[in-house]
Design a protein. Structure first.
Length: 256
């Protein structure tokens, strides 16, 4: 069996521990590192949102520190995605470089991301935020788990309370859209999710996508290199990682 090293932070420790435990049930050696003192050689290294610890010597690395940093820097992430063919992001109406006169002329409600990467729903633009986007009112929101060019799963976000504008794990529930073939989430949305992950150089991520029912267009809201995974998706994720690793080892040995 293979040796796995999981590099994750406190924010992603629940999923990180679950991955480690599941790998062990399959007979693999699995360990975690959260600082530079625990580096050892490993067959597979999975960086789950952690870009600070050094990477052990490995045959297969899932998510480089550079790619994780691109996804973690939300303003940079939006800039990269806005320049990626086949990927759309909501219209950015404000950034730290925006002229104050422009801010005064904007009206309506906005979604603003502050310095701690927290998204806020406001009706007044202010300085001190990373960026702001115009509100999309008539919408559906999705969470899409992507590994390489494979969609692991598509989930529709549904608010626990009517009127909630920002849907996070604590105030919404996720409805799985079949085997990523839900009629409400088209092939265009799935393709956009894959392109967004690849544009940032990630091997795996969770993509938050919004569908504007008025314009019938999809927009990427965020790409997360350490999304929470339930038991079902931990198994899917592990199967895909193992298939990729076994394929590499097989090709190296001259086999299929």
């Amino acid at each position: 069996m293979s040796t796995f090293t999981l590099v994750y932070s406190k924010r992603s420790c629940v999923t990180g521990r679950a991955l480690k435990n599941y790998l062990k049930t399959l007979g693999h050696k699995a360990r975690r590192i959260m600082d530079d003192k625990q580096i050892k050689k490993s067959d597979v290294v999975i960086r789950y949102g952690n870009s600070t610890s050094m990477t052990p010597m490995t045959k297969l690395l899932i998510n480089t520190p550079e790619a994780i940093n691109k996804a973690s820097n939300k303003k940079l992430m939006m800039e990269i995605l806005s320049q990626t063919e086949g990927v759309a992001v909501p219209t950015i109406v404000f950034s730290p470089e925006t002229n104050v006169d422009v801010l005064k002329n904007e009206e309506g409600f906005f979604f603003m991301r502050d310095r701690t990467n927290t998204v806020k729903y406001v009706n007044q633009l202010e300085y001190g935020f990373k960026y702001a986007t115009k509100e999309i009112k008539n919408k559906r929101e999705y969470r899409v788990h992507v590994m390489g060019d494979t969609i692991m799963g598509v989930y529709r976000k549904k608010p626990n309370n009517i009127g909630d504008k920002i849907l996070k794990a604590e105030n919404c529930h996720f409805h799985r859209c079949g085997d990523a073939t839900d009629s409400l989430f088209s092939e265009k949305g799935r393709t956009m999710a894959i392109k967004a992950v690849q544009a940032l150089g990630l091997d795996f991520a969770g993509v938050d996508i919004i569908y504007d029912k008025d314009t019938k267009k999809y927009y990427v809201l965020e790409v997360n290199s350490s999304p929470s995974l339930n038991t079902e998706n931990i198994k899917r994720f592990t199967d895909l990682v193992l298939a990729k690793y076994n394929g590499m080892v097989g090709n190296a040995n001259g086999t299929v």
